[in-house]
Design a protein around this ligand. Structure first.
Ligand code: NDP
Length: 236
């Protein structure tokens, strides 16, 4: 019964991660969220962990395994931006974004893979971004961390694909969330003009695609990059 499976979503207290966790709860899964602050949505098990801290993540997984069982579906969603132009970008601006977005995904997936290998079943879903392949001025750190997730998912597919484990990337475009709400209104209006759909997406529209990738219908999809961007990144 796929819907009784155990899901873990990182960064489940707000934004896209919260919507993903809510969708899995609504679909009947057993859902844990890792948070750095705040709480996960109703019906989830909330565990605390910063994704840059492997020991804290290990403890969070151990807590989830004791309460719900081994994690079968992992969604690496936690992420940050520290936007600025190359010549102004500090070592820390670069390193902290890569350590969270790419390093965080590595730590979470490495820990989750143990249980998946034992079960010979698993779904790894990495939340990237349209800018990973499209590029974005002022986001060299962020775009690098997000495009790297494609190589990650494809290498994982080659390593673990024969063990019943799939690994895919979801690449959202502009989504209504705290991350985009902080953009000036004029910038938001300009972006909307360049998106064929003419609008930003809701977090639920990303959650639906993640839920589908976790479902039995997506069993033979691995190493794919699924855009959820209203056509913004077509061909990239
Ligand atoms: P938000 O800024 O709303 O939420 C980010 C989430 O990541 C929060 O839960 C935050 O926790 C968590 N987080 C950040 N750093 C860490 C850390 N070191 N350890 C643990 N948790 C951490 O972002 P969105 O919901 O918009 O984005 C979610 C994902 O989707 C990100 O990976 C983002 O890059 C990606 N994305 C977003 C797009 C958008 O338009 N919004 C577009 C494309 C991709 P806390 O609340 O404690 O800060």
């Amino acid at each position: 019964m796929s819907n009784e499976r155990v899901v873990l979503v990182t960064g489940g207290n707000r934004g896209i991660g919260r919507a993903i966790a809510e969708r899995f709860v609504a679909d009947g899964y057993r859902v844990a969220v890792t948070v750095r602050s705040g709480e996960g949505p109703e019906g989830t098990l909330t565990v605390r962990a910063d994704v840059t801290d492997a020991a804290a993540l290990d403890a969070a997984f151990t807590e989830v395994e004791a309460a719900l069982g081994p994690v079968e579906i992992v969604v690496a969603n936690a992420g940050i931006t520290k936007d600025t132009l190359l010549l102004r970008m500090s070592e820390d601006d670069f390193d902290s974004v890569v350590a969270t977005n790419l390093g965080g995904s590595f730590r979470v997936v490495k820990r989750a893979a143990k249980g998946m290998l034992r079960a010979r079943w698993g779904r790894v879903i990495l939340i990237s971004s349209v800018v990973g392949l499209y590029g974005s001025a002022g986001q060299i750190n962020y775009a690098s961390s997000k495009s790297a997730l494609v190589g990650f998912a494809r290498s994982l597919t080659r390593e673990l694909g024969a063990r019943g484990i799939t690994a895919n990337v979801v690449a959202p475009g502009f989504i209504e969330s705290d991350m985009t709400a902080s953009l000036p209104e004029q910038v938001q209006a300009d972006y909307k003009k360049s998106i064929p759909a003419g609008r930003f997406a809701t977090t639920d529209e990303v959650a639906g695609v993640v839920a589908w990738l976790a479902s039995d219908d997506a069993a033979y999809i691995s190493g794919a990059v699924i855009p959820v961007d209203g056509g913004l990144g077509m061909g990239h």
